[in-house]
Each structure stands twice: as structure tokens, then as C-alpha cells.
Write a protein that binds this ligand. Structure first.
Ligand SMILES: [Ca+2]
Ligand SMILES: [Ca+2]
Length: 99
């Protein structure tokens, strides 16, 4: 009986359809959606680049390193088209730049 069970298991393994297993069956995107930098080397991120499908969409900057974004630059087709700045540090943009 034991031998029969063993033979059944072995025959199932042998006749099972072979499917190779690859380490990475899913395609891994190497294009970042966000890049962060610490421009003043204080250990806190103060510069962000945002990408969609590999295209730069927006840059945010904390130019005075107080932990709050105070400048945003928007991109279209890889070129800047609009910028916003919060110069009085109230959290609301008060200066707009058009490229
Ligand atoms: Ca920093
Ligand atoms: Ca700031």
C-alpha cells in the first residue's frame, strides 16, 4: 500500500505540467514616480520631483528649510509652464511665474 501511494505521488509529480519559475515574472518599473533630495544635508527632505510615466510633472521646494513647501514648479512636456511661491510664509501662494 505504501509503495502504491509512493508510486502515485511520483507519477503525479512526473506528469504534472512543467512551468518554469522565473525570479521576476512581473516587469518592474525602473522609472521613479518621485525623487527626493536633502539639499542642505540636515537629514530632512526639502526638494521633491514628481513624475508620471517617466515625465517630470512637478517640483516642490522647501527653500528656507522650515519643513513647509514654499515653491512649486509645474511642467508640461518636460518644460516648466507655471511656478508658485509663498513668499510671506502663510502657506498660501502669493507669487506666480509663467514660463
Ligand atoms: Ca534638508
Ligand atoms: Ca519652507
Amino acid at each position: 500500500m505504501r509503495c502504491t501511494s509512493f508510486l502515485i505521488v511520483v507519477s503525479l509529480i512526473i506528469t504534472a505540467p512543467f512551468k518554469p519559475v522565473f525570479a521576476q515574472e512581473k516587469a518592474i518599473s525602473l522609472v521613479p514616480s518621485r525623487v527626493e533630495s536633502d539639499k542642505n544635508n540636515d537629514g530632512k527632505v526639502d526638494y521633491w520631483q514628481f513624475y508620471t510615466d517617466g515625465k517630470l510633472e512637478k517640483i516642490e521646494v522647501d527653500s528656507d528649510f522650515d519643513g513647509t513647501v514654499d515653491e512649486t514648479i509645474y511642467f508640461k512636456d518636460g518644460k516648466p509652464y507655471k511656478g508658485e511661491r509663498d513668499t510671506d510664509k502663510d502657506g498660501i501662494a502669493d507669487t506666480w511665474l509663467y514660463y
